[in-house]
Design a protein around this ligand. Structure first.
Ligand code: TXA
Ligand code: MG
Length: 363
């Protein structure tokens, strides 16, 4: 990310200085949480023991940080929903140590599921399959399907391996983990984000650095006859079509089974809007005392009279990597309005556009 300006127009600064103080941001308000420990990969055995004992461990994955609980422990799952402030009927993803565990969680491994698992696991792909009989309602939201993913981040893999090693060898091992943010808020892509959001509500945070992908996994429903993308992400529709040699159905935004699909998801505190570059420049020049922050594309955005301007390259993977951290930084300026330059309307941007549309939803 490039910070182009931080209030670099003296006149606008002066005007802003005379405004009433902005309210403290949510991130700042919850930042101080001395109780929660952040540890590294050397602590995975302890983290696995915490999970086996019914505790909650936040951990890095390549997409976003997850808030983990033992997927076979009802009490731990109840606490997970409570901390997440998530409505109970909303299912969570179960993270597995390897594709070889798929038959332990799926009623049957269909050819589509097998092909996608073989092609993209470990990696940022979640498969929705018909669930095996033992899978708890607390995981599936009472549905007959379960969402499964094998993450590729070394820390997530080490944690899952340690959990498997520390298990009784009888029960299947899985970590149920939604993104480690409160329901409806921007997902965390660093251990510090998790601490700011959840503080002492989690027993341990395993720090694996900044998440590489930066947006949540692509979700493909392979539980029916026709595979369907429920949530776009780094792995694109074209990649899935190529792997399966078929044409995909893109699910409508209204799919109730995926809370990430609720329009208001991924919202920063400030009002956020998508806008073209000319509109951004116009808004800033006609700004009537509002505090505006800008997320621009490429470096050609001129030095703007904004509270904060962040510029990203027009490359979907890099843009996605920093998206949530950028939304948090822009929000933390106390801006009333975040203007986000609309990315190109091409398939490679589908995952990013999905998150931006939700972050900028007008009620
Ligand atoms: O990248 C990710 O997927 C991250 C990391 C931590 O793995 N996890 C994540 O979890 O984004 P969460 O809970 O924030 O979003 C999971 C999505 C939800 O939208 C949920 O509704 C959907 O997966 N989901 C879970 N089980 C499902 C099921 N059985 N059928 C349809 N959708 C399901
Ligand atoms: Mg989430």
């Amino acid at each position: 990310m490039i910070l182009v300006s931080d209030s670099d127009n003296a006149q606008v600064d002066a005007a802003l200085d005379t405004q009433t103080p902005v309210p403290q941001t949510e991130a700042a308000a919850t930042k101080a949480s001395p109780t929660v420990e952040i540890a590294g990969i050397e602590s995975v055995d302890r983290a696995a023991a915490i999970l086996h004992d019914g505790g909650l461990v936040a951990f890095a994955t390549e997409t976003v940080y997850g808030l983990g609980a033992d997927a076979c422990n009802r009490e731990a799952l109840k606490r997970l929903y409570h901390v997440k402030k998530r409505p109970v009927a909303h299912p969570v993803i179960v993270h597995l140590a390897g594709a070889e565990d798929l038959p332990l969680w799926a009623e049957q491994v269909t050819p589509y599921a097998e092909k996608l698992a073989a092609t993209f696991w470990p990696g940022p792909l979640t498969l929705v399959v018909k669930r095996a009989a033992h899978v708890l309602d607390e995981v599936t939201g009472g549905q007959d399907t379960v969402a499964l993913r094998v993450p590729r981040h070394p820390l997530a893999q080490a944690l899952l391996a340690a959990m498997r090693d520390g298990g009784d060898g009888q029960r299947p091992v899985g970590i149920a983990a939604p993104s480690a943010n409160r329901f409806g808020k921007v997902s965390p892509t660093s251990a510090e984000h998790v601490r700011a959001d959840l503080g002492g509500d989690v027993d341990l945070i395993l720090d694996g650095g900044e998440c590489e992908v930066g947006i949540e996994s692509t979700i493909v429903d392979v539980s029916g006859d026709q595979p369907a993308i429920l949530r776009p992400g780094r792995i694109t529709a074209a990649q899935i079509e190529k792997a399966l040699n078929i044409q995909l159905v893109i699910a409508s935004d209204q799919s109730p089974a995926v809370p990430g699909s609720l329009p208001a998801h991924y919202a920063p505190r400030a009002k956020a809007r998508l806008a073209k570059r000319v509109q951004i420049i116009e808004q800033l020049s006609t700004n009537r005392g509002r505090r505006i922050a800008v997320l621009g594309l490429e470096v050609s955005v001129p030095r703007l009279a904004a509270a904060l301007t962040v510029v990203e390259p027009a490359v979907p993977a890099s843009y996605a990597h920093s998206l949530y951290a950028n939304l948090r930084s822009l929000d933390a300026t106390g801006a009333d309005l975040i203007l986000i330059e609309t990315p190109p309307d091409t398939p490679g941007w589908a995952g990013v556009m999905d998150r931006l549309k939700r972050a900028t939803r007008i009620d």
